[in-house]
Write a protein that binds this ligand. Structure first.
Ligand SMILES: NC(=O)C1=CN([C@@H]2O[C@H](COP(=O)(O)OP(=O)(O)OC[C@H]3O[C@@H](n4cnc5c(N)ncnc54)[C@H](OP(=O)(O)O)[C@@H]3O)[C@@H](O)[C@H]2O)C=CC1
Ligand SMILES: O=CCCC(=O)O
Length: 360
């Protein structure tokens, strides 16, 4: 396992490489110029070797051609700001989304558009995918007109969606069968970190592709972990989100209990923020939960999906996870109350509903 954080990364690059990167990416905001971004030239006539930007020698970094064109499939809450950060860094980005209108703001920023994942993959060197769930990740990667149909030797596919290991391995196998490379790279961090380029990448799969896309991950994120074989990135992500889902469910119970016994839940949020269980999640979401508002950063339906997949992972190794199983039930109740597209903090509403309408 290896981990790199953004602040360290600039030390890996020669000043020549940094200067070249800056001149190839004229739109780089000033605050980002101190660190290397846009590993690839925006103008096709510059054939910049990726090797200049790689900290370690690798097979992929010595390949010609994997240098310029980046595809991005899936422009939801996460995909849009991630693609936007690549575009703003001056990279050559081609986008596709099932609902085409979501491509328009990115096209306005300079992105190209193709009308299928297959066409994006065929016209790009590296294609990222940020899809809702295993079903959509499979459809976009290996379905009809999926990315795999446009893949070939020398290309790379980086799936940043949160899926289970089996899905990731299936996609990996089909991508590899075309001669292309595969990296799974689910992210920790939500809408705001995606906008701010502060995501945490949990990668696994082809190490050479990891090294090749590392500068792109550093545009979109603040740190990256390489965890070995395909499946390990997915597993790490599911374990993290299993903990997160249980934490939010427990926090919801605490907020409601505090109110019921006559305490001010705002004071509870303050007390929690000063102690050992302090978490940015509680401090950020607590105040809006008290107001019963749930502006969507991480949709509740995705949190329930992650708990479901984490429980499957636990089942596969006979690991008891009673807390996560109970939390999953609560998210299922919340979904049944029509809260799927609200933020996952709306899970608190399931407890209110239960209290008001106790099951007979
Ligand atoms: N939001 C968050 O805080 C985080 C989310 N994640 C994970 O990232 C992934 C994306 O999340 P997020 O951006 O929030 O989700 P959204 O629901 O906002 O976006 C989902 C994307 O998947 C596309 N999609 C869904 N079904 C299909 C399908 N059948 N075929 C093609 N495309 C499809 C949607 O297209 P369309 O626009 O047409 O509906 C959209 O582009 C999920 O796996 C989630 O668990 C990871 C970290 C944080
Ligand atoms: O998968 C979603 C993760 C959300 C977060 O890390 O804040």
């Amino acid at each position: 396992m290896s981990c790199l954080v953004k602040s360290n990364y600039s030390h890996q690059l020669s000043s020549t490489a940094m200067a070249m990167c800056s001149s190839f990416c004229p739109q780089i905001p000033n605050q980002l110029r101190a660190r290397p971004i846009c590993p690839f030239p925006t103008k096709p006539q510059f054939t910049l070797s990726v090797k200049a930007f790689s900290s370690e020698t690798s097979n992929a970094s010595s390949k010609d051609g994997l240098s310029a064109r980046i595809g991005f499939l899936g422009l939801g809450i996460m995909g849009s700001p991630m693609a936007q950060n690549l575009i703003k860094a001056g990279c050559d980005v081609t986008v596709w989304n099932r609902t085409k209108i979501k491509c328009d703001p990115l096209i306005s920023l300079g992105a190209k558009y193709k009308s299928s994942p297959q066409e994006v993959a065929a016209s790009c060197d590296v294609t990222f995918a940020m899809l809702a769930n295993p079903e959509s990740a499979l459809e976009v990667a290996i379905g009809e007109h999926g990315a795999a149909s446009g893949m070939s030797s020398g290309k790379g596919y980086v799936d940043v969606s949160t899926v289970d290991g089996a899905t990731s391995k299936l996609i990996s196998g089909r991508i590899n069968a075309t001669g292309a490379s595969f990296l799974e790279a689910p992210v920790s961090g939500s809408k705001k970190p995606a906008e701010d380029g502060q995501l945490i990448f949990l990668t696994a799969g082809d190490k050479s592709l990891y090294e090749l896309v590392a500068p792109l991950l550093d545009i979109m994120g603040k740190s990256r972990f390489f965890l070995g074989d395909v499946g390990n990135g997915a597993a790490m992500k599911l374990v993290v989100n299993m903990i997160m889902g249980s934490m939010m469910a427990s926090f919801s119970e605490g907020l409601l209990l505090s109110e019921k016994v006559g305490l001010d839940p705002s004071v509870l949020v303050e007390v929690v923020s000063q102690g050992a269980i302090s978490s940015p999640m509680y401090s950020t979401k607590g105040p809006s939960m008290i107001q019963s508002t749930y502006p969507t950063a991480f949709p509740l339906k995705h949190q329930q999906k992650d708990l479901r997949l984490a429980l499957g992972l636990a089942e596969s190794v006979s690991q008891p996870t009673p807390i996560a199983a109970a939390a999953n039930e609560l998210y299922k109740v919340a979904k049944s109350h029509g809260l799927s597209d609200q933020d996952f903090s709306a899970v608190i509403e399931a407890l209110k509903a239960k209290l008001q309408n106790p099951p007979k």
